[in-house]
Design a protein around this ligand. Structure first.
Ligand code: ADP
Ligand code: MG
Length: 485
């Protein structure tokens, strides 16, 4: 149960949210045609006769896309239906040359599933997935190229989308963004959608309603065009306030589709909500019911990669990492792999610290991805090894790291070149300490007469004289011996 409550004039309100996410299937060609799906091509250069709805054309299901759908269902812990049916969803729009969208209605390819979301306080919650179906994307109308005309680009027409519908189990803006990020992470791990919200390959429709705690579900409004995690959270907050004020002022929420305006930070009415019967869905007579071949589900199940939650638990159990560190590392598959490669044979916790605090910090500062980092996983592991075997101190390691980042060189080479090896030779350290003691008779006096705090001063002086290279443990030991007489 969420304890997210909004205080209104008439008491507390609870928020109910359900999401419909459209995710473009990662595939070279479209759902029912061989035309390319590549993003950013010349308008209308990737349109087959099927996508342009030429008379007499016949759609042919793309086997790879269907498999991507099955994989997604398995990754969402959902029931995959061996038989599903493509249906026509009829409506008119300039960017929909067929006059209908081929979608799935009564018999989707994927049934009920569940997504575990991670909340900011470290807890988790299960959000039900109602269904996932495959459908065609529409083309794109372009209104801003000509003062009085609109253009249509059909490149996107017929690209495969997965529509993933959640149960109304989401109860706060935080849960909504956690749901979207976890869903996106799973799709990316599976390789079934690139999750790129800026390019529109993942888009969310957010259904929001409010109710008094424990009351039946209120009437929902559906907010479209919410294409970033931040916008999802802002749109929900706006919508909740609008609905509460409306009801408390004696009005009623109407079921409608609203549009999120990211500039004005508000939602506004777009059209009253159509019901399913307005689309006059019926099974597409051009397509047979889709029946998956025997063994396909089992084969794809076996080929599934390790998913984010499994990886997170393995990192915590096998490497002893904290929930926080594990969550940061598994956020991207390539990041998790980088960590595992770097940690091979070394202290995992120490490696995790260096990946998260130093390397990711530096990459974020540069606005760059981890993948093309100048420091390879093997070299970062090498740095950890040098700290572990006391060749360098943690402090010198930061300097070595900076040089590695700058030059791409291996840590051993830098340590060698710059003479940064930690001094563990007790004789050499003792000589430095003798100098420090000789140079500071006053402080020695004060220390010996009870000013214990001055011990740090001597450590500092010794480290400085050794250019940071003296082994701190040995320094402490010898200083104690020499001062405490
Ligand atoms: P439609 O296809 O007409 O949009 P669906 O039955 O597919 O309707 O539901 C759309 C979404 O609305 C689902 O994610 C569902 O969880 C959510 N939903 C249903 N009822 C409510 C409600 N009262 N408040 C918030 N969300 C809701
Ligand atoms: Mg809908």
């Amino acid at each position: 149960m969420s304890n997210y409550r909004i205080q209104g004039e008439t008491g507390e309100w609870e928020v109910v949210i359900g999401m419909e996410v459209h995710a473009q299937v990662t595939a070279k060609s479209k759902l029912f045609s061989g035309a390319s799906t590549k993003f950013g091509a010349e308008p209308n250069s990737q349109v087959s006769i099927v996508d342009a709805a030429m008379p007499g054309m016949l759609p042919v299901p793309n086997k790879y896309v269907i498999e991507q759908g099955v994989k997604t269902g398995l990754g969402l812990n959902a029931k995959v239906n061996k038989t599903s049916v493509f249906a026509r969803k009829n409506y008119f729009y300039a960017d929909l040359p067929q006059g209908y969208q081929i979608s799935q209605f009564e018999h989707p390819i994927v049934g009920e599933g569940v997504i575990e979301i991670d909340l900011p306080d470290g807890s988790t919650k299960n959000i039900g997935v109602t269904r996932m179906h495959l459908e065609q994307d529409a083309g794109k109308s372009v209104h801003d190229l000509h003062p009085s005309k609109s253009y249509v680009d059909l490149n996107r027409s017929g690209c495969a989308l997965m529509e993933i519908v959640s149960e109304p189990d989401i109860s706060s803006p935080d849960e909504a963004t956690a749901y979207l990020s976890k869903l996106r992470m799973i799709l990316r791990y599976l390789g079934t959608c690139d999750g790129n919200m800026e390019e529109g390959s993942m888009r969310a429709d957010v259904n929001v309603s409010v109710r008094k705690p424990g009351a039946p579900l209120g009437t929902r409004a559906e907010v479209k065009n919410v294409n970033s995690l931040k916008a999802v959270s802002q749109a929900i907050e706006y919508e909740v306030q609008r609905q509460i004020s409306l009801i408390e002022d004696g009005g009623e929420v109407v079921q409608e589709t609203r549009l999120w305006d990211p500039n004005k930070l508000e939602t506004r009415s777009m059209r009253s909500k159509e019901d399913a019967h307005d689309y006059r869905y019926f099974p597409d007579p051009d397509l047979l019911p889709l029946t998956l071949e025997d063994g396909l589900i089992e084969r794809l199940q076996k080929e599934l990669p390790e998913l984010p939650d499994e990886k997170k638990h393995r990192f915590m159990n096998d490497f002893g990492l904290s929930l926080y560190d594990s969550s940061v590392l598994i956020a991207e598959q390539s990041r998790a792999q980088f960590f595992e490669d770097a940690a091979k044979g070394h202290d995992a916790k120490l490696t995790a610290n260096w990946v998260i605090n130093e390397l990711l910090g530096a990459r974020n500062k540069d606005g760059k991805a981890l993948e093309d980092s100048p420091i390879t996983a093997a070299n970062l592991g090498g740095l950890v090894a040098l700290i572990q075997d006391n060749t360098i101190s943690g402090k010198i390691a930061k300097d070595v790291f900076a040089l590695m980042y700058e030059t791409g060189k291996a840590p051993d080479a830098i340590v060698e070149e710059k003479g940064l090896k930690q001094v563990t030779d007790t004789g050499a350290i003792e000589a430095i300490i003798d100098e420090v003691i000789a140079e500071n008779p006053d402080n020695v006096e004060k220390y010996r007469s009870g000013k214990d705090k001055l011990f740090g001063f001597f450590v500092g002086q010794t480290m400085k004289k050794s250019q940071g290279k003296a082994n701190p443990a040995i320094v402490n030991e010898i200083l104690k011996k020499k001062l405490d007489v």
